[in-house]
Design a protein around this ligand. Structure first.
Ligand code: 5AD
Ligand code: SF4
Length: 482
């Protein structure tokens, strides 16, 4: 998809406008000139690679970066041996950070041989002062560093990389700004993520997100609806509403609105066929939301409901603000109201002070809730969070044993749960041609389970009825039925 945005109306002899997003379009026009010059010099389009670490929020941010880069004349490639490489980083767990440093090492040697190459870093990791210091001290070859709050001014920063020498660093501590209507290059033509809110106010004691993504800010419903309507016009049939905590959507709007009310509005959009959302906090999940999901024809039969721990004692230490019993009661209520729903979750093993009994409580919840899938993480100490300074950190060997136990329970449970629809016919959105096996395509059921079945590229982006013939653990093999 190429953008059809006319940048010629921006007169570069004038100063940059102060209003957004016009200001950014002015800088896109300016960047376009620099890229055109570069294209002449290289006798080909300069190439650019955006590598994303982390969650769907970051993926969506990367689509925004790619939208601008494509518009100003870069050719987007998959290889990091490119003229411009951007890492959109994650810092939720330390292994994400380590991967970035590892990949930067490889870029350094490539840049030595290609000195005109540009390297930019953005995303959550850049919001940590210790990271920026390390980059300043030991990674001087990086050209541009920016954060999560000013990603909207990427075009302006891109121009800076052509006009200024040395490392450019622009990090904001927080923002209340939401800039609408910048270009986006979607990865899939038929489905899209939509930010409905940014930031998080929950301060779970292990989590760095509130520090790097700032306070909760909701987009106005009319902006969200307008964006989705435009996407539907372009052929999108499925949207994923994105926020760190979608259940508290709308609380800080001028005219407050609940998430359930927003969903009702999104449901009315003609041509839109599927609605997903991510992520829900159990403490804020309302009866109104369950009712809206139950009555909806479009909201998918899937709810991701992070548990984190099954022990009320650990949950209190985590500042999750629900007990084991409250979580179980909520899961029960959801299953009763929407029996065909799939529940998935996030679990952390090895939180400071976690005992064998606490782990058993988590396993008990997994067995009772019967998750279709669970992402199980080893606790990672994040500097600056309250849990990092708790003095009862768990030794690695103990965590490993507990982690394996939890993972095994999750896997056994998922196998049973996913298989419960065997023999049924369900609708699947075809997402891609199967890369492993010729003649198969891969689709996603409303409940988020994957199904592979015979078909070809013409089916991609279509919703078809599929008979779920064989369950293979986390996925099905099926066939299309009329
Ligand atoms: N260590 C391990 N896992 C974490 N998560 C968030 N912070 C940490 C941490 N410090 C997990 C939580 C969250 C998911 C996105 O990442 O389970 O739901
Ligand atoms: Fe982190 Fe908790 Fe906010 Fe989720 S709800 S982003 S785990 S602080």
């Amino acid at each position: 998809m190429t953008q059809t945005i006319d940048l010629t109306k921006y007169d570069l002899n004038f100063q940059a406008p102060t209003q957004e997003p016009e200001r950014q379009y002015y800088f896109m026009a300016k960047a376009q000139n620099y890229v055109a010059k570069l294209t002449e010099e290289l006798k080909r389009k300069p190439t650019c690679c955006v590598t994303t670490f982390g969650c769907q929020m970051n993926s969506r941010d990367s689509e925004k970066l790619v939208g601008i880069l494509e518009l100003v004349g870069y050719e987007i490639v998959d290889t990091e041996q490119a003229d411009f490489v951007i890492f959109n980083t994650c810092t939720v767990r330390d292994n994400a950070n380590q991967r970035v440093y590892g990949r930067l090492g490889a870029l350094k040697s490539y840049k030595k041989k290609h000195p005109n190459m540009k390297v930019a870093l953005c995303g959550c990791m850049m919001q940590e002062p210790t990271v920026v210091k390390k980059l300043k001290d030991s990674y001087r070859f990086v050209d541009l560093i920016f954060g999560t709050h000013n990603i909207y001014k990427f075009a302006e920063l891109l121009v800076d990389t052509f006009e200024k020498k040395g490392m450019i660093i622009d990090i904001w501590e927080d923002t209340d700004k939401i800039v609408e209507d910048l270009p986006v290059e979607r990865k899939y033509p038929f489905k899209s993520g939509i930010n409905i809110m940014f930031g998080c106010n929950n301060f779970c004691s292990y989590c760095i997100v509130p520090y790097v993504r700032g306070r909760e800010r909701s987009r106005k419903p009319e902006d969200i609806i307008r964006e989705i309507k435009n996407l539907v016009k372009e052929g999108v049939v499925e949207v994923m509403l994105l926020g760190q905590n979608v259940n508290s959507y709308g609380k800080n709007l001028e005219s407050p609105m609940t998430f359930a009310e927003l969903l009702r509005e999104v449901e009315k959009i003609e041509g839109l066929q599927r609605i997903r959302f991510m992520t829900s906090h159990p403490k804020d999940l309302s009866d109104e939301l369950i009712k809206v999901m139950k009555e909806s024809k479009k909201i998918c039969r899937h709810l991701h409901l992070p548990l984190q721990s099954g022990s009320t004692r650990v949950l209190t230490e985590m500042n999750r603000r629900y007990t084991k019993e409250q979580y179980l009661a909520l899961a029960d209520k959801i299953r009763k109201e929407i029996p065909d729903i799939s529940l998935t979750t996030d679990i952390i093993v090895g939180f400071p002070g976690e005992t064998t009994e606490d782990v058993e409580e988590t396993i008990d919840v997994i067995k009772k809730v019967r998750y279709d899938n669970a992402f199980t993480f080893i606790y990672s100490k994040r500097t600056g969070t309250p849990a990092a300074s708790m003095d009862n950190q768990i030794p690695e060997e103990v965590v490993k044993v507990n982690f394996d136990k939890v993972l095994k329970t999750v896997q056994n449970m998922a196998k049973e749960q996913v298989g419960r629809f065997q023999g049924q016919v369900m609708d699947a959105l075809v997402e891609e041609v199967n890369e492993q096996e010729a003649g198969l395509v891969t689709g996603r059921l409303s409940n988020n389970t994957i199904v592979h079945f015979p078909g070809d590229v013409n089916l991609v982006g279509k919703i078809v009825n599929v008979k779920l013939e064989e369950c293979h653990g986390f996925y099905y093999i099926g066939k299309i039925v009329e």
